[in-house]
Ligand binder design. Structure first.
Ligand code: IPM
Ligand code: MG
Length: 356
């Protein structure tokens, strides 16, 4: 098997964590006798610096010629002045939209070894937290009509959904639930927002195709609380673009660190974009201390969803779990008492758990 993987390291710690994940992917290729052709391209702030655009044409071309995209992170203080006409985040949003990657899968799994790192009482996590967020990614308020006039005294964004947009992402959530614990929690704000009433009605219509899956509706404000009080009760959480963004960051605290969590952004086919959910962490960029696990687990998702290599994906996930159980910790998950591992040391340890 020969596949092409577009590699978009981006800004800040992006290049460091992507390099780590690439080493793991290369090992999987070596073990299986596969050929992974990696092609690097610019995205985000570094692309603005080099070309003036956060998503240059060459980058789009490289991605179009690929089977999957491995991405680090975009953004940083140099490009964050809100008055700038172009921003790094536009590159990421542009990619999601260009490839119609409407379903963003964000698994939040709490590794038992990291329970002491979470701010919640351990007994709330002891039942085993294993949530899959399915976040709508190419619609909603992120992509609705907006108006912004320089320093004018008003601006607006539009929360807009069509039935078709809600249906396709809801199917992803229900299908995922069938492979898991058969429960979907749909998050909305149907008591206030018209687009969210359409959301709820559509999700209920889709649910009829999945009589074996339980459907629960939760208002987003209540959901923030339930996530902290009964995190183990959730299976699949289906949310729109903005609520999914917020709730998935909130849930990352359950896992002990934002640095732990991977994501996959998928459309209709097997093509996908894989990135850790954390940002570019400019404060620690270039120091070699970033946690590579979120990106390494994203690479595992790439193997599973875009390349159909589920066994290899599980090998990586198992390797990460074993290394965490051995006590090795990068700085973000280190409670002190030991020297924190560098990005390279953590990656070496994970590689050491894989077949040579
Ligand atoms: C995420 C990020 C992005 C988003 C930003 C960087 C545009 O927060 O992937 O969760 O809001 O979708
Ligand atoms: Mg976010």
């Amino acid at each position: 098997m020969s596949v092409r993987i577009a590699v978009l390291p981006g800004d800040g710690i992006g290049p460091e964590v992507v390099a780590a994940a690439q080493r793991v992917l290369q090992r999987i290729a070596d073990i299986g006798g596969y050929t992974f052709v990696f092609e690097e391209a610019l995205l985000g702030g570094c692309a603005i610096d080099a070309t003036g655009s956060p998503l240059p044409d060459r980058t789009l071309g490289v991605c179009e010629d690929s089977d999957a995209i491995l991405l680090g992170a975009v953004g940083g203080p140099r490009w964050s002045d809100p008055s700038l006409p172009v921003r790094p985040e536009q590159g990421l949003l542009g990619l999601r939209q260009h490839f119609t990657l409407f379903a963003n899968l964000r698994p939040v799994k709490v590794f038992p070894a990291l329970i002491p790192h979470a701010p919640l009482r351990p007994e709330l996590l002891a039942d085993g937290v294993d949530i899959l967020f399915v976040r709508e990614l190419t619609g909603g308020i992120y992509f609705g009509e907006r108006r912004e006039q320089g320093s004018g005294d008003s601006a607006y964004d539009t929360l807009y959904y069509t039935v078709a947009e809600v249906e396709r992402v809801a199917h992803v959530a229900f299908k995922a639930a069938q492979q898991r614990r058969r429960k979907v929690t749909s998050v909305d704000k149907a008591n206030v927002l018209a687009a969210m009433r359409l959301w709820r009605r559509t999700v209920h219509n889709v649910a009829r195709d999945y009589p074996d899956v339980e459907l629960e509706d939760v208002l987003v404000d209540a959901c923030t609380m339930h996530l902290m009080r009964r995190p183990a009760s959730f299976d699949v959480i289906l949310a729109d673009n903005m609520f999914g963004d917020i709730l998935s960051d909130e849930s990352a605290t359950l896992a002990g660190s934002l640095g732990m969590l991977p994501s996959a952004s998928l459309g209709e086919g097997t093509f996908g974009l894989y990135e850790p959910i954390h940002g570019s962490a400019p404060d620690i960029a270039g120091k070699g201390i970033a946690n590579p696990i979120g990106t390494i687990l994203s690479a595992a998702m790439l193997l599973r969803y875009s390349l159909g290599l589920a066994e290899e994906a599980s090998l990586i996930e198992q390797a990460v779990e074993t290394v965490l159980e051995s006590g090795l910790r990068t700085a973000d998950i280190n409670l002190g008492g030991q020297k924190a591992a560098s990005t390279a040391e953590m990656t070496d340890a994970i590689l050491a758990q894989l077949p040579a």
